[in-house]
Design a protein around this ligand. Sequence first.
Ligand SMILES: Cc1cc2nc3c(=O)[nH]c(=O)nc-3n(C[C@H](O)[C@H](O)[C@H](O)COP(=O)(O)OP(=O)(O)OC[C@H]3O[C@@H](n4cnc5c(N)ncnc54)[C@H](O)[C@@H]3O)c2cc1C
Length: 412
Amino acid sequence: MPTGAVIVGAGQAGFQTAASLRTEGYSESIVLIGEETHIPYQRPPLSKGFPLGTQDLDSIELRPRAFYQDHRIELHTGESVVAIERAERRVRLASGRHIPYQTLILATGSRNRILACIGGELDGVLYLRSLDEARVIKERLKDAQEIVVIGGGFIGLELAAVARSLGKSVTVLEVLPRLMSRVVAPIISDFFRELHMSRGVRVICGASVSEIAGSKGKVREVRANDDTVYSADLVLVGVGVMPNTELAREAGLRVANGIAVDEYLQTDDEHIYAIGDCAEHPCSFARARVRLESVQNAADQAQCVAATIAGRRELYRALPWFWTDQFDIKLQMGGISLGYERIATRGAPESRKFSVFYFKEGRLLAVDSINRPLDHILARKLIEAGAPLSPEQAADEGVDLRKLIGASKQHR
Ligand SMILES: Cc1cc2nc3c(=O)[nH]c(=O)nc-3n(C[C@H](O)[C@H](O)[C@H](O)COP(=O)(O)OP(=O)(O)OC[C@H]3O[C@@H](n4cnc5c(N)ncnc54)[C@H](O)[C@@H]3O)c2cc1C
């Protein structure tokens, strides 16, 4: 006898699917299976407040344990799904047990990309994805003095800011010519480079790591290709993630840069959906198929799929947004700047409050706002509404963005 919904992965997307199914009035059984031993928690604090000591475990759990029982969500932690048996419509757990499904939701997330270099296995070379890893980093930060962060993306820079705030000597090594270059314009990269340097972080761009060396099994230094040596008693690596697609691939589902889904987030099996970090979906804002790694994407896709499963079939068309906190600076990003041709800046970087508007063929694609939360909110509305906005208007602080949203609503 098939159960109702089975969700693989008890992270942000898996948790939200279970919770939203109940909000949508879904009355069948819900089984939520996660290989981590913890109840679902938020990952963003793991590189921010948690290692800094301003957020504890209770504050990062998505819901208290009682929530699952109260909402008839059967939560299995510390359990891995090892196979999807599509013909029988059931999943197999590592323990050998089978769980049948009517609908299966794959929310398996992503895992850290491992740095392929000599010395990567030394004690003191750490990665951050899970609460367990965050606990180790928090503990090891206490005694470490010289930290080398490999990777100048969001996670690396957030950890660098935390370590520096704890009084450590910190060096960031980024292989590309500028920070966070995959997603932000040079003006934003420059701003963050100056921010980190002004706080005493050494930032080296264009630095390719060739080897991590140690003594007695413990990390001691990091060597770059140009033979520069950076001494380190702790190395934090943040060089990106890879989607967990193996289950789907082995079950014969289509996989590209993630488990391939349509605009309803459905795989090529009508009984199986994929959401969050592990899924690649058609995004109307990017006008491309994308795989996004953000809380917004995981939570909104979960809500969309829950509505569909509960009988209110819904197209996924939420606007992507993201944030990062480094020192006292909050960067908020709305939309997707992929393929942008032109930018306009509103406000001055020197004021530490400015926004960058990204345009392509006259269309507003995305806005990155530094310490300007109102710009971020309005920009999301402008992009969603497809409101006409020129780069000149965006740059002119005399132009009231609120009025443009109003005008575009009337126009539509
Ligand atoms: C340190 C850190 C900081 C971040 N900061 C931000 C931020 O500031 N803003 C932002 O928007 N986003 C941030 N993110 C990204 C955001 O947390 C992720 O995009 C989001 O968690 C994705 O949710 P998900 O459910 O798809 O994947 P996950 O949250 O990774 O959950 C997937 C879960 O599935 C489990 N799993 C995988 N395979 C199996 C299996 N076969 N059987 C059982 N369980 C399985 C995994 O163990 C994992 O627990 C951050 C991420 C990290 C790691």
